[in-house]
Unconditional design. Structure first.
Length: 275
């Protein structure tokens, strides 16, 4: 298998890994066993792909490839994934599995970054372009989900106001009930947040594989992490503090306004994200 095909498989592994983490995160927040099962099967698929590559390299080289940083990162990510699968299957320790796989995903991303920048990979502009496309597409998917969550939050506050004032009864029927609006708004945030985080990881990978100087204090990069931080606080407040109703809806609206400002205003100040 050529370098081009091998790198594309590595990209697929990372994407599937990220998707699995998204469903694990959803299960951790909402205790959804179907999401847990789907996450497990995705994780198993990732491990199978990793195992195939590992044993192919053992067959070609004649020994276990662990003698440099690049090979060591891959083997480390493979072991982490194996341990998480065993723990998930036999012990059902969801939080432990989530934490382990976050570490495993980061290690796999470190491997991909080192592989992309190493001389032996001979990556062309096409490879770097694919990383950039993944970063942009996932970011816009997250933005779209946050926009939908924002819409449900606005409808929640509108419905609350109409019910309190006992006006526009026909409109009240068309908007839907408060509990459903609140639940949909929150669940969308739960999905969107890990998607945006994975997008940022791909963005960092792209930045490090280009010849441009990357600044951690780049306005758009800092703004994006602030956005993730705010939405993470919303999830934390909803799950642990049981914050519901108007308060969580208002926080959702504030978070979206920060997201919108980050996209429009901070992009103008960014070295990488100019409009």
């Amino acid at each position: 298998m050529g370098i081009f095909e091998q790198f594309k498989i590595y990209e697929l592994i990372v994407l599937l890994y990220g998707l699995s983490l998204t469903f694990y995160f959803y299960d951790f927040v909402e205790k959804n066993r179907k999401a847990n099962q789907l996450a497990f099967w995705l994780l198993l698929l990732v491990w199978v792909l990793q195992t195939v590559f590992l044993f192919v390299n053992i067959y070609v080289l004649g020994f276990l490839p662990v003698f440099n940083v690049l090979e060591g990162l891959y083997f480390y990510a493979w072991l982490i994934l194996l341990v998480s699968i065993v723990v998930n299957y036999f012990y059902k320790m969801d939080l432990v599995v989530l934490i382990i796989n976050v570490v495993g995903f980061l290690v796999m991303m470190m491997f991909l970054m080192n592989y992309a920048s190493s001389g032996q990979s001979q990556l062309s502009g096409d490879f770097i372009g694919e990383i950039l496309v993944a970063h942009i597409v996932l970011a816009f998917v997250a933005y779209t989900l946050y926009t939908l969550s924002f819409a449900f939050a606005v409808l929640y506050l509108l419905q609350f106001y109409l019910l309190k004032k006992k006006r526009w009864r026909q409109l009240i029927k068309r908007i839907g009930n408060l509990e459903q609006l609140e639940k949909l708004s929150f669940l969308i945030v739960v999905f969107a947040t890990p998607v945006l985080l994975i997008s940022l990881v791909f963005g960092l990978l792209w930045a490090y594989t280009t010849d441009d100087l990357f600044y951690w204090l780049d306005a758009k990069t800092v703004g994006s992490f602030i956005v993730i931080g705010i939405y993470s606080i919303i999830i934390y407040m909803r799950v642990t503090k049981k914050l519901i109703g108007k308060s969580i809806a208002r926080l959702n609206i504030i978070a979206f306004l920060v997201l919108f400002c980050n996209y429009l205003l901070l992009s103008m100040l960014s070295n990488f994200h100019g409009l």
